[in-house]
Design a binder for this molecule. Sequence first.
Ligand code: UD1
Ligand code: CA
Length: 518
Amino acid sequence: MRPQTASRTDGSILVSQPRLRTVVVLAAGEGKRMKSALPKVLHPILGRTLLGHVLTAAAPVSADRTLVVVGHGADQVSAHLREVAPYAEPVLQAEQHGTGHAVRIALESAPDAGGTVVVLNGDVPLLRPETVTELVAAHEAAGAAATVLAAEVADPTGLGRIVRGGDGGLEQIVEERDATPAQRAIREINAGIYAFDAALLRDALGKLSTDNDQGEEYLTDVFGQFAATGETVAVHVAADATETLGCNDRVELAALRRLLRDRVNEGWMRTGVTLLDPATTWIDVTVTLGRDAVVDQNTQLCGATTVGPAAAVGPDTTLIDTTVGAGATVIRAHAMGAAVGPGASVGPYAYLRPEATLREKAKVGTFVEVKKSEIGEGAKVPHLSYVGDATIGARANIGAGTLFVNYDGVNKNHTVVGEAAFVGCDTSLVAPVEVGAGAYVAAGSAVTKDVPPGALAVTRAQQRNIDGWVLRRRPGTKSAAAAERAGQEAPGASEGEPIHGAPVAGEGRPASGDTATE
Ligand code: UD1
Ligand code: CA
């Protein structure tokens, strides 16, 4: 709940009403040094854009209005806002005449915005919500005209310096390029995050000059104005200076990404997740993991991914918007938009595409690709298969090299494999087709017609053995020599003998163990 500090007279009755708050995010700059077609604030790190991180940090302000100043790439930035923060209102700053100019334009677009105005640079993704909360609380408790978030840093290059007077109070904020050598030696910097009294800020913005090295309206000059006129200005020093780091080029972007990775990873390890190699484990801020989950090295968990308790993921795995159930294992896999059930196993070397769903204890093994298909409870697709647009029943077994032929060049068609069906190796299931519950398909078949429950389907030609062929047609070869060493009884086998390695209908021989791999 907000403090009820603002009041006004309404007729004869004094009405106390909630303090209004407005958030203004500055995001109109080009970010020249990024050398990118993408506006700087739209570059992502670990699941959110720079701007997305800043908006998340600003969430606890519970602003009545959130204004985002856009300019460079305004259309792209506005579209992004509609997607991730529909409550935010883009305000166009067609020409960028400085941070003061940007805030002035924002407030002019919102004449009703009063109370506290929280201003944030759009490129400080490591800022924590708690820090914004503390800044605003300190500002409102002090009844200050303006409060700036500051940090003590080892290298203040390029940043505005906090210049304090003899009494320790803030005197002004000076940009490096306008600073004296003595001011440049100051290591206390302006993070570009502030809280202001709205009415005083509006007034001060109207008086900004452009008398500085860049000929811009500096928001920071408001502090000097207030200090000179005796208004209360306050400095809130961030406990963790890394929170205030901005992003100006891709080297800094990578550094911020590493810092955020370390923060996220530490958080998960403290909640009971094992990360075998945190330095090569990249977990988006949007991901959740259960207790005793284990993440092995070189693994990326992205977007809306969730990993259940005691699941094991990695090494060398990328999961995007994928759900992994409790106790499941996912090894050397790439998955997007997939769901891996509890106790299921994936990989090594598997590719799960959108709407791949593995039910409990299902298995998708090595060199298997699955798209828009359900693999039933305990069903197995262990090796070298493509499964697309299929429903595979519980405990079915799909032999190595099985292809679900789902595309006829025009339409995608569906295949159903019934419960506990057994599909032999090197089989094509040409959709739309159904293999009934408990049915068998002989290895090497191309199935184009439905197989009734419990039937065996065989579609290949019968095998013919031509006795003595090698000795006659390939004399003198190593094969011929081997045939000779094997003796001359072999030619006695007649043509039409049961085919080795696969069952034939009516032959009475069990197909299992011959038609499919385990
Ligand atoms: C600003 C501060 C500096 C502080 C630093 C922290 C001023 C004058 N200086 O400097 O004291 O240490 O941030 O990172 O404020 N922007 C607009 N419209 C504009 C100009 C800028 O929207 O006309 C936006 C940019 O997109 C960016 C933010 O404001 O998100 C800061 O602008 P930038 O040019 O990076 O300011 P700095 O020079 O870094
Ligand atoms: Ca900057």
